[in-house]
Design a protein around this ligand. Sequence first.
Ligand SMILES: *Cc1c(COP(=O)(O)O)cnc(C)c1O
Length: 416
Amino acid sequence: MEPVNEIAREDLQRLDRDDPLAGFRAAFALPPGVIYLDGNSLGAMPWAAGQLARQVVEKEWAKGLVTSWNEAGWFGLPVRLGGKIAGLIGAEPDEVIVTDSTGIDLYKALAVALQHRPERRVIVMEGSNFPTDNYVVQGLVGQLGDGYEIRFAEAAELGAAIDRDVAAVCLTHVHYKSGRILDMAAITKAAHEYGAMAVWDLCHSAGAMPVDLNACHADFAVGCTYKYLNGGPGSPGFIFVAGRHLDKYQQPLTGWWGHAEPFAFERDYRPAPGIRQLLSGTQPVLSLAVAEAGIDIMCRADMRAVRQKSMHMTDLLIELVENRCVGFGLELASPRDAASRGSQVSFHHESGLPVMQALISRGVIGDYRAPGNMRFGVTPLYLRYTDIWDAVEILWNVLETGVWREPEFSSRGPVT
Ligand SMILES: *Cc1c(COP(=O)(O)O)cnc(C)c1O
C-alpha cells in the first residue's frame, strides 16, 4: 500500500503561483523533463550566458582581436566581476576579485594570512571538508616547512582546537556533503580572541544565502562562481581580502597581472595596489565573460527571499522523503533544523550510487558523494515547489520498483 502523503501537490502549486522569485526561472535554459537538483555542483545555464559567449567569440575575439583587451573591457573583468560578487557576500567592491580556481585562490589567501602571524605555525581545518581545500593547504604547509602543521578538528571540536598557536582557521561556511552551516560570526570572533586569522570558503554559500563577511570581521575568503552563481563549467573562483589587510603582504604567485604596471615590463616585481595584487597571470576571458550572466542574475535577486524559499524547499524535501519513502533505508544526513542547513539536503543510503543513477535516468538530477550520500541541491531561482514534489514521487518509484538494482546503474563514471 502506498504511504499517505500529507502535503497536497495543489498546495505547492499555490506556493509556486505566489512565489516572488518565480519570474527568475525564465532566465535559465532547463531541459524539458528534467528536475535539476544539482545546482550546488554546476549551476544551470542562464540564456544570457549563451548570448555573451557568442558576443565574446564572434565579435570581440573574431573582429576585435587583440584590441578587445581594451575596447571590450577584457582586462578589467576580474575587478569588475569581483565588485559585483562583493555585494552578495557583504564585502566592499574593492575587496573582491574573480580569478583562477577556488583551490588556487585558497592557496594565495592562506599564504597571505600566514604572513600576518609569522610566529605561529598551526592552521585549523575541518578534516571532513571538501578535500581540495585540505590538499591545497597540505601542499602549502609542505612547501613552507619550518614546523607548519594542520590541526584537523570537526565542527564540535573547533572551540577546543583554537589556541594561541593557531595562525589561521581555514573553514568552509556550508559543508559540501551535509550542508551544515558553521557560525561564521562566532568562529571568526573566537579565532580573533586567540589572535588567529579567519579564512572562509564560501563555495556553498555565495549565491545560496546572505553572507556578511565584513559584519563577521572575516579576514579572507574564497569561493566558486560555477555553483550557486551559475557562472558556467569551470568558471573562475573569487578571493576576498578585508580592506584592512590589503597592501600589507604579497600573495606568493607574483605574476605580471598582479604587478603595479604590467605593461611597463620591468625586470622586478612590484605589487599592484589593492586587490589586483591577488592576480597572477592572463585570465580565462571566455569563462570570465560568460560568468557575468549568472552573477548579474543573482545580483538582481533579493538574497533574503532566496534564503526563505531555500529553507522552505529543503524542509519540504525532507518532509516529503520521510513521509513518502519510509522503509527504504534512507537516512537524513543533513541538519534537520533549516537555520543550520545550507541550500541542499543529503540522504544516506547504502546503495546511494545506483539509486542516484536510476533517479538521474528518470530525469531527476542530483549527485552522489561517497560513501553513500545522495545529495540534492536546491536553487530557488529556477526550481518550483512542485518540482520537489515531483522529484520525491520519482524517487519513491525508483525505490518501490527496485529498478535501481539493474546492473546498468551500478557502473561508475569518473564524475559522480
Ligand atoms: C566546489 C568546492 C571547491 C572547488 O574547488 P576548485 O578549485 O574550483 O576545483 C573547493 N572547496 C569547496 C568547499 C567546494 O565545495
